[in-house]
Write a protein that binds this ligand. Structure first.
Ligand SMILES: *[C@@H]1O[C@H](CO)[C@@H](O)[C@H](O)[C@H]1NC(C)=O
Ligand SMILES: *[C@@H]1O[C@H](CO)[C@@H](O)[C@H](O)[C@H]1NC(C)=O
Length: 296
């Protein structure tokens, strides 16, 4: 960004110089205390659809997939929108308009193909398109539709996506819907393989070994049922995306149905999740301002 753009963006509320990619400033409302997770390097995307910001994503250009998406949970209403997959034009051209755009029916511009994942990366692969920010966690039709962008998606095995990970998304929805009394901030991301990355197609889209998720709900109903004690104001989870992974982070249950075996999700306190992330991803990692305890 030029000095002029930086100044103009500052003065004109970031509308002029294509500031939806490269800076979280226009969408800090999706982070608790306007404090994005620390310790991860990537390209910030303020995810804009229908001229409105709906969530935030830290995108990895070398991986052509996100590190995490961050959003405010709202109780869902209505049906899951028909998937119309979109891309982020500003990753290909910083001067492009700020809204995400549906893929065209024909060939995709080579600058787009170079800058991010495109639909053919996922077609004929053994991975599904796994939402980090799921459509299930949003009330408005626009917010739900906005989750269908490939910059919010990672290669996820169907046994995880339709199995334990979906159960987790449902459980978080029920828990926050019932006991969170104010804003609920959710961050969901990936743990890469240690060394030896796996890819969709030839070095196109990096496959994560695990998915993780954590929420921060500072104002909650303190009359929690026994089974939810310890899950507020913050809680986390890690889910397997590869049945052949070791069991040091998430053990495998032999009781799971065959199609879901090896895709277990382990719920855990925030500090435990952060411990694994510091070990695997970044020693400086911190997900929420003051571990989400700052309001006490
Ligand atoms: C998917 O596989 C089919 C059948 O092998 C092939 O015709 C098609 O071109 C493939 N599509 C992509 C995007 O690789
Ligand atoms: C808190 O939860 C209890 C049940 O555990 C419920 O009876 C009560 O109405 C809830 N309070 C609020 C403010 O939602």
């Amino acid at each position: 960004m030029s000095a002029f753009c930086a100044l103009a963006a500052f003065v004109l509320a970031l509308s002029l110089c294509g500031a939806d990619v490269g800076d979280f400033a226009p969408c800090l409302q999706f982070f608790y205390r306007s404090w994005p997770p620390k310790g991860l390097a990537g390209t910030p995307i303020c995810q804009r659809y229908a001229n409105q910001h709906h969530f935030a994503t830290l995108y990895s250009r070398p991986r052509r997939s996100p590190w995490f998406s961050a959003y405010l949970y709202t109780a869902p209403a209505g049906k899951r929108p028909a998937a119309s997959w979109k891309y982020e034009p500003q990753l290909a051209d910083p001067r492009a308009a700020g809204d995400m755009i549906p893929f065209p029916p024909g060939p995709v511009d080579q600058n787009v193909v170079q800058s991010q994942a495109v639909e053919p990366d996922y077609i004929n692969s053994t991975y599904t398109r796994g939402h980090l920010n799921p459509s299930l966690h949003h009330r408005s039709h626009d917010a739900r539709t906005a989750t269908f962008t490939l910059t919010n998606v990672v290669p996820q095995k169907v046994g995880s996506n339709d199995g334990p990970w979906e159960v987790l998304e449902q459980a978080v929805h029920k828990t926050l819907g019932a006991f969170c009394l104010g804003d609920a901030y959710v961050v969901t991301g990936v743990i890469p393989y240690r060394g030896g990355q796996r890819w969709l197609k030839e070095h196109r889209v990096a496959v994560p070994e695990y998915l993780w998720s954590a929420y921060c709900c500072p104002h909650y109903n303190h009359s929690l049922p026994q089974e939810l004690s310890g899950t507020f104001p913050t809680y986390g989870a890690v889910g397997r995306n590869d049945p052949s992974s070791g069991e040091e982070i998430v053990p495998v249950s032999q009781a799971a149905k065959r199609q879901f075996r090896g895709y277990d999700v382990r719920r855990m306190p925030l500090h435990t999740l952060e411990m694994y992330l510091r070990d695997r991803v970044s020693a400086e990692l911190s997900l929420f301002y003051e571990q989400c305890l700052g309001s006490r």
